[in-house]
Design a protein around this ligand. Sequence first.
Ligand SMILES: [Zn+2]
Length: 453
Amino acid sequence: MTATRWLAEYAWLPEHAEPTPDVLIEAVDGRITAVTPLVGGGAPAAGVEVLGDAVRLPGLTLPGLANAHSHAFHRALRGRTHARRGDFWSWREAMYAVAGRLDPDSYLALARAAYAEMALTGITCVGEFHYLHHGPDGTPYDDPNAMSAALVEAAAHAGIRLTLLDACYLTATVDGAPLAGPQRRFGDGDALRWAERVAAFAPEDDHARVGAAIHSVRAVPAEQLATVANLADRAGVPLHVHLSEQPAENDACRAAHGVTPTRLLAEHGVLGPHTTAVHATHPTGADVALLGESRTGVCLCPTTERDLADGIGPVRRLVEAGSPLSLGSDSHAVVDLFEEARAVELDERLRTRRRGHFTAAELLHAATVGGHAALGWGDAGRLAVGDRADLVTVRLDSARTAGVPPVGVFFAATAADVTHVVVDGRTVVAEGRHLTVDVPTELRDAIAAVTLP
Ligand SMILES: [Zn+2]
């Protein structure tokens, strides 16, 4: 039995509009067993003695942040695609060039470094939307899940939990053009063979779980969508899908099927409370209603949507319609859930020219409980008894955060202000340093191995 206790200068407790000062958090074997605010309770002398062995956490302690949408290998593209003009589609060519160079060993190294960067920023759980399944020409590795296994191992090294969202990716276009060139390694042939491969993969360690994904309506033919949805449903695992990131996807779907991507997914049983639509940047009013009524989650990735010139989705309308919100760093142009969270509010301000659409507590919820729920970890994301002991401490004495009230942290802090990270009761980051991974060195070397000079 491993018992630990922490004394947080401030902690943001569930259902609270703002943080609470002086909170004692106790955990046994990675689970929170007690959360005790000391102020007002008088903090008796005996209590002070009991606190002697508590780890002091100066600053604001949050629950673990969940990054609900990641493609780990995109980290190699950061800063490399901005010199030229272009759009999502020209960026995709650069992304394919990196995809073509990865193998299980180099992907393990790159993902380990990328996930360790996430740990440094307070991310304790990641949803890896994984489609780089096979060898470069589409031939499966000896172990057809070798790439999945590399990602699971990478998360273990980095000290964070992972939901491997294994993506079905079968065609290049909505009207069924076959995969070609670098896309060949994404494909399993058909949805049944995809399902067979996924069913054969079961991570041994309990830091990782498997979920399902439909890459997009471009990549899975309409008549095979239900096969993927049914597998996720039977297994009781999360199902994620890229949705309406680009207007071109809507246009192509209407041309091929006569309906929007959202309606196509609805007609084939893909929407529902265990499904998360990633982006949902360009839904129609009817699409928003379909997503909300079905309680389909929406994962926004604002810094990627910004980077790729996607546009700004109608996030407040989606939430009002009934869609729970989560956040993802997606292409890792930026890995900073504080930036993603405030962008939800700030982008809505740009769109509407009005302020005040989301409370700080709503942004915290999206970054924590919302993300964990979308990834199938219903017992994480709250500083509450019974939840996983995931703690993220943000300093309030940096040049960015000094003088900022704790409730304002999502509008002031950056990932660089995270000092201490605990995952399932284990310390992964202390004093701003990852305890087992030299993150900058490993990122540099792993990226150099898969990019052209
Ligand atoms: Zn994505």
